[in-house]
Design a protein around this ligand. Sequence first.
Ligand SMILES: C[S@@+](CC[C@H](N)C(=O)[O-])C[C@H]1O[C@@H](n2cnc3c(N)ncnc32)[C@H](O)[C@@H]1O
Length: 219
Amino acid sequence: MSRRKLQRYHENTLKENILEPGKPLYEHIRGRWNEDYFHNEYPITVELGCGRGEYSTGFAPQFPYRNFVGVDVKGDRMWKGALIAEAQELKNVAFLRATIDFLDQFFAPGEISEIWLPFPDPRPKENQEKRRLTSPRYLQLYRKLMIPGGMVHLKTDNSQLFDFTLEVLKTEKIKDLEYTRDLYHSELMRYHYGIQTRYEQKYVKEGMNIHYLHFKFDE
Ligand SMILES: C[S@@+](CC[C@H](N)C(=O)[O-])C[C@H]1O[C@@H](n2cnc3c(N)ncnc32)[C@H](O)[C@@H]1O
């Protein structure tokens, strides 16, 4: 492991805005985010596979009456987001180092009001379908943890993942689906909020179309 990574892992252990194994809140945060971390009653948006957490740190100053939690397994990436949140004194941002597969160990039913999936790994092989973050088993998990009417957003450059998601959604009880295969030339651009993740910057530079969709789970 590189020195830089080790240094970041060490710094993460000292950061109050990163919840990770070994820290007291990590074990007890389920159902208690508002009470024990944010100390307010505002709704919680979760950024899954957050990487550096551009959505969480980008949204936090725009929406001071909402809370944001970036979730990723990679501590060295969230280190960057946590640093930005610290520097900007963003009290409505937290990072959770965990695998999304166990999201229900960290959030209680109805605790999440909105989910963003910015540029999830496309997992293109057929035998990887179940690992795509919009496969039925993940959607079932999200549905369980979200408030009724909570919105899920997906952004990706990958048309195969996008088409797969639209197919999966045909079999799900959802409503208010809207989508575009070219976000930057779409009226759905109003959902862009001026936020570009690291991956998005790269794909936009390469001239690739950004695909975007959102929907709500139906009761
Ligand atoms: C392609 S990167 C995108 C990062 C960031 N959202 C962006 O747009 O720049 C996908 C991220 O998802 C994380 N990830 C993938 N599968 C995950 C899982 N099951 N649980 C937690 N994080 C996951 C990876 O560690 C990685 O940081």
